[in-house]
Design a protein around this ligand. Structure first.
Ligand SMILES: *[C@@H]1O[C@H](CO)[C@@H](O)[C@H](O)[C@H]1NC(C)=O
Ligand SMILES: *[C@@H]1O[C@H](CO)[C@@H](O)[C@H](O)[C@H]1NC(C)=O
Length: 385
């Protein structure tokens, strides 16, 4: 990087930190003294019961809070009664009920057009994760940057917030977009894998909108991102073959084909992907470690389906200011990974399961399924002693 642009990035980070501190003081007037970011305990680890649970929050579409009205809800629970605060309440209920080890915010976290101040809107949207000290990772959708911050500023800001494990981009790589990073989940303390990532999470920026040959379309994952992804996966798998999960906002074109398969969940609207197919599926398949991909973008789709041995799952619409369907509750996805009990301590990942929770009275759990299970025949034996 030329010295001028690195100077500018440092300046940008400083300005954003000041902004963050100022905003947190505004939101919490009691906190008069500036403070630095509260960091999540790193590296993230499996719990002592051998589980690691991820809550996927797709498409919050947060605006200005109490003033931002809900869309597509029944009249008797809508109107002035319903706002972004219902989105916040849903997130709090989920955290209390599920106690996730990580929350993955998969884009369109804020709805730029309804957010007067992007930073304030993001702080409010993510606040339940910070209140409950839950580590979280975020990526961008196509609406986040439609307010007062660019995609680079948004990702920088997200990376500086309390308990965030988000990163702008991987150090040492020139990668397209903002929000391409890897998070490793290590073995429990006291186990043989205390220094080893047993589950790898890849976060990718699928962009916003593009014009291709004069035609408007959605963004897609670029060649430089796929190159970084395969290089990272190759390096991680040099010693151990830990399974991996990937997260990005805009579905790849092949997700359309799932209509003709035995998917689980609801397929209620067309897959709004890019016209461009950059070969992401081929890359993901050839990497060999990715078992599940988690998407947002299409709020009325919440299914999982198999493409070449990888499960592609939508999170389902979460936010009340996002379009939805009246009478079809807002929802979130839980991804539950469990280690295998080894002879001496916990071994590698044994299973990856998922289900969804609805924002109804009982927080109903639906569509529970196993996405992947360790197979003794074809796995890395060093992980399963
Ligand atoms: C939104 O929250 C208010 C206040 O808690 C509640 O009365 C209303 O039913 C909620 N609306 C929806 C659609 O959940
Ligand atoms: C893990 O790393 C720490 C610090 O480098 C080291 O002291 C310890 O022996 C390692 N433990 C295992 C099981 O590899």
């Amino acid at each position: 990087m030329p010295p001028m642009s690195s100077f500018l990035s440092v300046l940008l980070i400083c300005l954003l930190s000041v902004l963050l501190l100022r905003l947190s003081t505004l939101l919490d007037p009691g906190a008069a003294v500036p403070r630095i970011k509260r960091s999540a305990p790193l590296p993230l680890r499996f719990r002592h019961d051998g589980a690691f649970k991820i809550l996927q929050v797709a498409d919050m579409h947060f605006g200005n809070g109490a003033a931002t009205r809900c869309r597509d809800v029944a009249p008797e629970v809508g109107g002035a009664l319903c706002s972004d605060l219902n989105t916040t309440r849903f997130l709090r209920r989920l955290i209390e009920a599920e106690r996730p080890d990580l929350i993955a915010f998969t884009g369109d976290n804020i709805f730029g057009g309804s957010a007067t101040d992007a930073a304030e809107s993001l702080l409010r949207a993510i606040s339940p994760a910070m209140e409950y000290n839950v580590p979280w990772a975020a990526i961008l959708g196509n609406h986040d940057q439609e307010s007062t911050m660019t995609r680079e500023e948004l990702m920088t800001f997200l990376s500086l917030m309390d308990y965030s494990v988000s990163q702008v981009n991987p150090p040492g790589f020139l990668v397209h977009g903002f929000g391409n990073y890897h998070v490793g989940i290590h073995g429990t303390f006291g186990s043989e894998f205390v220094n080893t990532s047993l589950l790898n999470l890849y976060f990718l920026d699928s962009g916003d909108r593009e014009v291709v040959d004069g035609i408007k379309t959605y963004g897609w994952i670029k060649e430089s991102q796929l190159a970084w992804l395969s290089a990272t996966s190759r390096e991680l798998q040099q010693n151990l073959h830990s399974p991996a999960l990937a997260f990005f906002h805009i579905p790849i074109p092949e997700v359309r084909e799932l209509w003709y398969t035995d998917f689980k969940g609801q397929y209620q609207e067309g897959v709004a992907c890019s016209l461009v197919n950059s070969g992401a599926l081929g890359t993901l398949v050839s990497m060999g470690d990715v078992k599940g991909v988690f998407l947002g973008h299409d709020h009325l789709n919440d299914f999982c389906g198999d493409l070449n041995g990888i499960q592609f799952c939508y999170g389902g619409g979460f936010g009340y200011h996002a379009y939805g369907r009246s009478g079809w509750p807002r929802r979130a996805r839980v991804i539950h990974t469990q280690l295998k009990k080894g002879q001496r301590s916990w071994a590698g990942v044994e299973s990856i399961q998922t289900w969804k929770l609805l924002d109804d009275e009982k927080l109903s759990k639906i569509d529970e399924q196993v996405l992947w299970r360790h197979d003794d025949d074809d796995s890395d034996h060093s992980l399963y002693l």
